[in-house]
Design a binder for this molecule. Structure first.
Ligand code: S3P
Length: 174
C-alpha cells in the first residue's frame, strides 16, 4: 500500500509524510525534492527556464513511478491534482489524504518558510490573494481525489499524523 498526501503549499505534506512513515515503519518520498534531484535544478529554475507546462510533464512522469512504490508515504506537490490523468492515477494507486487549512493560516505559514519562497514559483501573483484564488480553483480537484481530508489548523504535524492513523485504522482502504 502507498499513501499519498495532497493539499496546498503550507499544509505540511512533507513533514507529515516523514512522521507518518516513521509511525508505520515505511519509507517516505517528497515528490518535489526527488524531481529537483533528478533534474538538478530547483522548481523555481525549472519554471523560469522551461515554463510550467514542462514542470507539469516532469511531475506527471514522476507520478507514474511513484505509483509503483509500496509501503511508502508520498508527499506530492500542491499542483499535482491539476491534470485529470494525475487525479486518476492517484485515485487508483492508493488512499489519498487531503491536508487542509484556511487561506490565512496557509499564507502565514508560507511567509514563515523562507526556503519555500525561494524555491517555489509564484502561481497567481503572490500573497494572500494568490492562496485564496488557488484554493478556490483547486479545492474541487483535491476533493475529487481524496479518500478523506484532515484539517491541519491548530494541530502539530505529529497530531496530523496521529489523526491520519486513526482514520486509516477506523476505515482501512480496501
Ligand atoms: C506547486 C506546489 C509546489 C511545487 C510547485 C508547484 C503548486 O509544491 O510542486 O512549485 O502548483 O501548488 P508544494 O506544495 O510542496 O509547495
Amino acid at each position: 500500500m502507498t499513501l499519498f498526501l495532497i493539499g496546498y503549499r503550507g499544509t505540511g505534506k512533507t513533514t507529515v509524510a516523514r512522521l507518518l512513515a516513521q509511525r508505520l515503519g515505511w519509507g517516505w518520498t517528497d515528490a518535489d525534492a526527488l524531481l529537483e534531484t533528478r533534474h538538478r535544478r530547483d522548481i523555481r529554475q525549472i519554471f523560469d527556464q522551461q515554463g510550467e507546462a514542462a514542470f507539469r510533464d516532469m511531475e506527471s512522469r514522476l507520478l507514474d513511478e511513484l505509483c509503483t512504490y509500496q509501503r511508502q508515504v508520498i508527499a506530492t506537490g500542491g499542483g499535482v491534482v491539476l491534470r485529470p490523468e494525475n487525479r486518476e492515477k492517484l485515485k487508483a494507486a492508493g488512499p489519498v489524504i487531503w491536508l487542509t487549512a484556511d487561506a490565512a493560516t496557509l499564507w502565514q505559514r508560507i511567509q514563515g518558510d523562507a526556503g519555500t519562497a525561494q524555491r517555489r514559483p509564484n502561481l497567481a501573483g503572490g500573497g494572500l490573494a494568490e492562496v485564496q484564488e488557488m484554493l478556490r480553483r483547486r479545492e474541487p480537484l483535491y476533493r475529487e481525489c481524496a479518500a478523506f481530508r484532515i484539517s491541519t489548523v491548530g494541530r502539530s504535524p505529529q497530531e496530523v499524523a496521529d489523526a491520519i492513523l486513526t482514520e486509516i485504522k477506523s476505515s482501512p482502504p480496501q
